[in-house]
Design a protein around this ligand. Structure first.
Ligand code: SF4
Length: 170
């Protein structure tokens, strides 16, 4: 049996959290309830992996999610679609909808079907450490600027709320 790849350090702009490759209940809970977010740089490689355009990938597999910030404002970012009654891929989700559990569209028969290009947040699963999980999500939120969100605002026809210049909240 081929051993799983060793965790690698995160050399991106986010916190230095190791890449996870485990199959534990925390990882599965996310797949079944609350998929992690992609960074903007991950969308084009995901589309190539699927053999689709970015537009097709968004329409068939993705969604715009939202995160509440400490100042009460909200920020958008892109996540896998999750199965919920009445929601279709390519939608914009509200905070209340995001809070409801739903299986990730990429989770099939107990496995992640996009493992090599899975979301940054999924690859750094925090395994129950709530403060680190918040720090990780905010580092991803900061990357979703207005410019990064612009293609998805156009696709959804919705005004999306990005982080300010330099990843600052506003
Ligand atoms: S993208 Fe993969 S790892 Fe992330 S929630 Fe979906 S199935 Fe799980």
């Amino acid at each position: 049996m081929i051993p799983p790849p060793k965790p690698k350090p995160d050399r991106g702009r986010g916190p230095a959290l190791p890449v996870s490759s485990c199959d534990c209940e925390h990882c599965r809970a996310a797949c079944l309830n609350s998929p992690g977010w992609f960074t903007p740089e991950q969308i084009a490689p995901l589309a190539r992996h699927l053999g689709l355009t970015v537009e097709e990938t968004f329409a068939k597999h993705l969604a715009v999610g939202v995160t509440g910030m400490p100042d009460g404002t909200q920020r958008h970012g892109v996540m896998p679609h999750k199965y919920r009654d009445g929601k279709k891929p390519g939608s914009v989700w509200t905070l209340a909808e995001v809070a409801q559990a739903g299986r990730c569209i990429f989770f099939d028969r107990g496995k992640c079907t996009i493992y090599p290009v899975r979301p940054h947040e999924c690859a750094r699963m925090i395994h129950g450490r709530a403060d680190e999980a918040v720090r990780l999500r905010r580092s991803i939120v900061a990357r979703w600027t207005d410019k990064a969100l612009a293609p998805f605002a156009k696709l959804t026809g919705r005004r999306l709320l990005g982080s300010g210049p330099g990843g600052r909240s506003r």
